[in-house]
Design a protein around this ligand. Structure first.
Ligand SMILES: [Fe+2]
Length: 170
């Protein structure tokens, strides 16, 4: 016969709320997932910047540079949010690929297709950022992750809109 489970000896009040420390840890984990996806996206946009060809070369070469430059800063901000919560930002490429939901692009698509991929990735990133911002707001958001994430979402939406407008004008 096994020893009595100590958890069954005391009645605990039913709770509908997630404990604050659990919610905070959840946000930290989410920030590391986002960091991994942002890193995959950053590298993909660098690849497109380097390898875009065709009549839109000059426009897209510059646009992709502006985009990965923005994400370079965003990645740093997300990583520092993880650090400020006492955790380690994901940093090896193996761990990045393990955590990320976005996929690398080993191919070199046509210029318009590159823009389609970037728009789709931005949509996925934005959904992740918005969900995480909500979770941060619900948790004890002492480090202000929600504000960082809301600003990031705003910029993502602007970039998506600009890229979609550019594609529609072709
Ligand atoms: Fe360059």
């Amino acid at each position: 016969m096994s020893a009595p489970d100590p958890n069954t000896t005391t009645a605990s009040a039913p709770s509908t709320d997630v404990a604050p420390e659990t919610a905070e840890a959840d946000v930290t984990t989410g920030l590391n997932d986002l960091l991994a996806d942002a890193t995959v996206f950053y590298q993909k946009v660098r690849h497109y910047h380097w390898n875009v060809t065709g009549p839109h070369f000059f426009t897209l070469h510059e646009e992709f540079e502006a985009l990965y430059t923005f994400w370079n800063d965003a990645i740093d901000e997300i990583a520092e949010q993880v650090r400020s919560r006492g955790d380690r930002p994901v940093h090896t490429l193996a761990d990045v690929l393990d955590l990320a939901s976005l996929e690398e692009d080993p191919s070199t698509p046509a210029a318009e297709e590159m823009v389609e991929v970037v728009i789709a990735d931005l949509a996925a990133l934005d959904e992740q950022v918005q969900q995480l911002a909500e979770r941060a707001e619900e948790a004890d958001d002492a480090d202000g992750a929600a504000t960082v994430l809301e600003d990031l979402s705003e910029q993502i939406e602007e970039d998506r809109w600009m890229l979609r407008a550019w594609l529609n004008d072709l």
